[in-house]
Structure formats: C-alpha cells, structure tokens
Design a protein around this ligand. Structure first.
Ligand code: KG4
Ligand code: ZN
Length: 341
C-alpha cells in the first residue's frame, strides 16, 4: 500500500476527535464527538466534565476513525496527538490514549502543537498550498498572524494583547443572552441585524501594527447593554450581534491584508474556529480579491477543532523526523511558535 497514513488524535477542549489522513492531505476519516450539549447547560466549557467525557469517548472515536478509513491500526505509519495548548485534563486523555496505542502497536508517536494543527487544516482542501504563506489563526484561545516559513517553522508577527477573537464572541454572546457556543450563535443572529447600527470601537495598538485587542470592543458592548438597561430601552440583539461582529471582522481583515501587503505575501490562509464565521469569510474574500491575494479557507468543519488537522500536521512532523518518547506530557500553556519537538 503506497502512501503514508497518520492516525490523528485531538482532545484539547470539548471535542473528542480522531482521523486518518494520507500524505498530510487526503482525509480518509474525520470523526468528531462534540460535547457542546452538556457544556451548554453550564454556559461554557467545564474542564473536569470535558476530561470525563473524553475518557468515555476516546476509544470509540479512534475505533470509528480507523473503521471509516477502512484501515487497521497496523497500516498506520504513526500516531499523532495534540499535546498543547489546551485544557490540561482534556489534553492528557488524548496524550494517554496515543501513547497506549503507539506502545501497543509499536508505532512512532508524533506530538502536534494544536495551533500548528489549525494552520495545517488549510493543506487539506488546497493541495497546491505550500509554505511560505501568511496565516491568520483565530480560535477560542488565540488570535495570531503567523508567517508559515516551512511546515515546521513559524514566525509570529502579530498577536492579541488581551482576549482572543473567539473569546470575545463567546463573552458577548453570553452578555446578550445567546448562550454557548457564542461564535456560531452570533454569526446566526447577526444575519438578521444591521452591522452599522452601533459604532463599536476598532482598536489599534500603537507601535505594533499587526497586533490585536478585543477587550475594548467587548467592554463597549457591555457598556451599551448597561446603558440600554438604565434608559429602559429594549435591546435589539440582532443589531448588537451584527455590529459587534462587524467591528471584529473589520479589524481581522484590515490587519491581515496590511500584513500580507507589507511582507509581500501573495497567499493568505485563515484558520481556527472563528474562521468558520460567515461574515469574516465574505469580507476577507472581498478584500483579498481587491488586493490580488489568494485566500485559502478551510471548510467550517476543518476550522473548528478536529483531528484531521492534527493528522495533517502530524504527517509533516513525521517526515521531518519529529518524535516523542513515552515521557510525553500535556503542555497546556504552549505558545505559538514554541514547539518542543
Ligand atoms: O478552534 P476552536 O474550535 O477551538 C479552540 O482552539 O479554541 O475555536 C473555538 C472558537 C470559539 O470561541 C467559538 O465561539 C468560535 O471559535 N467560533 C466562531 C464560529 N464558530 C466557532 N466564531 C465566530 N463565528 C463562527 N461561526
Ligand atoms: Zn482549536
């Protein structure tokens, strides 16, 4: 059987996921068991519940990924797993499972940085995409502009000084009563609203032109809601959602395109959960078309957490010879650009 087959395992937050990917690009299976229902009851991810759910599901999810790929474990060339960043108890379940499998089946164990995995999600549907390129990574915990120099070499050129974009979506959704998970709910509510109804701030960071700050726009929404309450004005939730979303989208698009132009990058990728946002996708496409920048956007299923992206990055780590031994541990606060292998 020709080709290199990687089993990917992901459990850094509230999705238990496993996938089989061939040669870093062809997805043979992508199984995701989402815990959204249970965390919705609490208005956000409860770390201990996340770990417990991962431990219940991980074996079935891995089994399903191999079955759907139609390949036995023996055919895998390596087992790749997210080792950070993320919730420590959640990460440990995936790391423990991957170690067990790698040991029992005598397979190489390949550690993958979760954010590098998000970037690798762009390879799946863009077979011609190869480094170097610029990538905006926007997730629940991260907002970074990254120059992807090689498959295993990253330079961070912009970052958030406070909240991540996804975090701002989640907090604003909670404040306007849309609940968890905030991003998709704001995306949906915003379709019925007027993005120009309220002029929320678009923060710039002096001296760091590619950096971000989202705590100001979040506070502005909270202030607006307080004022409405004090004046006994009814809140139009769709307008608040649309105006907030527009403020975040404007900043993400403006800074990404400015960075691409400044660095002479002709290709921009957008990855991470917030990359699933329909307004961001539309605005980024229009701006890139205007500027002659080729835009690579994974389908929404590859933007939010999944294991296909971990297997994709795992492939490139594998062919570059990166391996972990059985002392591998979870690293919850691993930063972008810091990969320990
Ligand atoms: O990448 P991801 O699945 O997990 C992390 O690594 O954090 O990202 C989750 C984040 C959450 O904050 C969620 O609200 C946001 O991505 N998100 C969205 C959308 N779908 C997910 N934000 C805006 N619009 C969406 N459609
Ligand atoms: Zn993620």
């Amino acid at each position: 059987m020709d080709g290199t087959y990687i089993l990917g395992i992901e459990s850094s937050c509230d999705e238990t996921a496993a996938a089989v990917v061939k040669d870093g690009r062809t997805v043979l299976s992508n199984v995701i068991d989402s815990q959204i229902e249970i965390h919705t009851l609490y208005g956000g991810v409860v770390p201990e519940i996340a770990s417990r759910k991962h431990i219940e599901k991980i074996t079935q999810v891995i089994d399903a990924a191999l079955k759907q790929a139609g390949l036995p474990l023996e055919k895998m060339d390596a087992v790749s797993v997210t080792y950070g960043p993320g919730l420590v108890g959640a990460l440990l379940v995936g790391v423990g499972a991957a170690k067990g499998i790698a040991y029992a089946a005598d397979k190489p164990l390949v550690p993958v940085h979760h954010i590098e995995g998000h970037i690798a999600a762009t390879y799946i549907e863009y077979p011609e995409l190869e480094p170097p390129f610029l990538c905006l990574v926007v997730s629940g915990g991260h907002t970074h502009l990254v120059r992807v120099m090689d498959y295993d070499c990253f330079e961070v050129i912009g970052r958030t000084h406070d909240d991540a974009a996804g975090e701002a979506f989640d907090k604003v959704a909670r404040a306007i009563g849309l609940g968890y998970p905030g991003g998709p709910k704001i995306d949906k509510a915003a379709r019925e609203g007027n993005p120009a109804a309220i002029d929320f701030p678009r923060a710039k960071i002096s001296g760091a032109e590619f950096d971000f700050s989202f705590s100001g726009v979040k506070s502005a929404v909270l202030n607006y809601l307080n004022q409405c309450e004090m004046k006994q004005m009814e809140v139009n939730r769709a307008d608040v959602a649309a105006s907030f979303q527009q403020a975040v989208v404007d900043v993400l698009v403006e800074r990404s395109v400015a960075a691409a132009k400044r660095l002479g990058e002709k290709r921009l990728a957008v990855a991470g959960g917030v990359a699933a946002n329909s307004a961001l996708r539309k605005a980024m496409k229009e701006a890139c078309d205007r500027e002659g920048i080729a835009l690579c956007y994974p389908s929404p299923v590859y933007c939010t957490d999944n294991a296909a992206m971990i297997a994709a990055q795992g492939y490139y780590e594998f062919i570059k010879g990166h391996r972990a031994d059985f002392t591998l541990n979870a690293v919850p606060n691993l930063t972008v650009g810091e990969d320990r292998f």
